[in-house]
Ligand binder design. Structure first.
Ligand code: PEP
Ligand code: MG
Length: 322
């Protein structure tokens, strides 16, 4: 299989009927960008910035952050690089932030909630990202958004940081894109309103599945509910992608489901434009995308969306992909 996949290296990512898709990589640190490039990514769809914070003993400075973001920007040249701002809390712990232990961390003080509550700290990251945007096609992505106020507040902070950089005489991309992860049921339900405020969406299925199904993937007793094939999850994905496309913004997916061979035809039918996957999944994902025409993906998806259970959905997709 590995040899056959090599045929897809250096090729564009296109469906069987020639529709262009963007196939990018999820990375966790700047060195991963080299690995992703070696696997022939077309950019970075998710740079989890947490590593910068988790591997440190104290908050990384603006210069330290800038150096890391700039490194990825330079490595990717003119390819897009989506950098997610700090996604602390939930399953991601950073000891020196001294966050109070919570009964229910996944429903608690995390990600954009923490950042907006610490605007001076958040502005250090946003400023570093802006500075790096002078060296490549960097885009800013906000995690765990549940309402419009959050994205508006982030955009207001970005404006403040831009004014500060102007005063310092430092250059940056004045048209930098600010997008949101769609990884909560709330964001899915207001996707139309969010699309009006954002430059792009990236669907975080890892969290979206858990929050939609009220099932922790790490909990064996309820793990059977944690499935992207659940009709509730599929309807949510359809809605997000359609609303984003209607608004004319790019809709991508950076959760693990973007690389799921069974799900790819469904995502193509819904109209997903960008697939962000781990480096080793890149060539295989390109091959699978190339195997589906819009008409075939639509015919399968129309049947899939009428099914009532995840078991039936999975069985139908397995039969179609085999
Ligand atoms: C997601 O939730 O799908 C996602 C990509 O983010 P993380 O896995 O880092 O929570
Ligand atoms: Mg997430």
């Amino acid at each position: 299989e590995k040899l056959a996949l090599e045929a897809y290296r250096g090729k564009e990512t296109v469906t069987a009927d020639g529709e262009k898709k963007l196939l990018v990589a999820n990375i966790g640190n700047p060195d991963d960008a080299n690995v992703a490039s070696e696997h022939d990514c077309e950019g970075v769809g998710l740079f989890r910035s947490e590593f910068l914070f988790m591997d440190a003993k104290e908050l990384p400075s603006e210069d330290e952050q800038f150096a890391a973001y700039q490194k990825v920007a330079l490595r990717m040249k003119d390819q897009p690089v989506i950098i997610r701002t700090l996604d602390v809390g939930g399953d991601k712990e950073i000891p020196y932030l001294h966050l109070v232990k919570e009964e229910n961390p996944f429903m608690g003080f995390r990600a954009v909630r923490y950042c907006l509550n610490n605007p001076d700290q958040y502005k250090v990251q946003l400023t570093a990202l802006l500075r790096a945007s002078a060296f490549g096609d960097i885009k800013i992505m906000v995690p765990l958004v549940t309402n419009i106020d959050e994205i508006r507040q982030v955009k207001a902070l970005v404006k403040e940081c831009m004014a500060d950089l102007d005063a310092r005489g430092v250059s940056y991309n004045k048209d930098i894109e600010v997008g949101t992860m769609i990884e909560t049921p709330a964001a899915s339900l207001i996707a139309d309103d969010l699309a009006a405020e954002c430059d792009f969406f990236s669907i975080g299925t890892n969290d979206l599945i858990g929050y939609t199904m009220c099932a922790d993937r790490g909990n064996d007793k309820v793990g059977y509910l944690y499935e992207v094939y659940q009709p509730a999850v599929l309807r949510s994905l359809k809605r997000i992608i359609e609303e984003g496309n209607k608004a004319g913004i790019m809709v991508g997916m950076c959760g693990e489901a973007a690389a799921d061979p069974l799900l790819i035809p469904v995502l193509l039918s819904f109209g997903l434009g960008e697939f962000s996957v781990s480096a080793p999944s890149i060539l295989r994902t390109r091959r699978i995308i190339s195997e589906w025409s819009k008409a075939d993906a639509d015919a399968l998806t129309e049947k899939v969306m009428q099914l009532k259970t995840a078991t039936e959905v999975k069985a139908m997709l397995q039969a179609a992909v085999r």
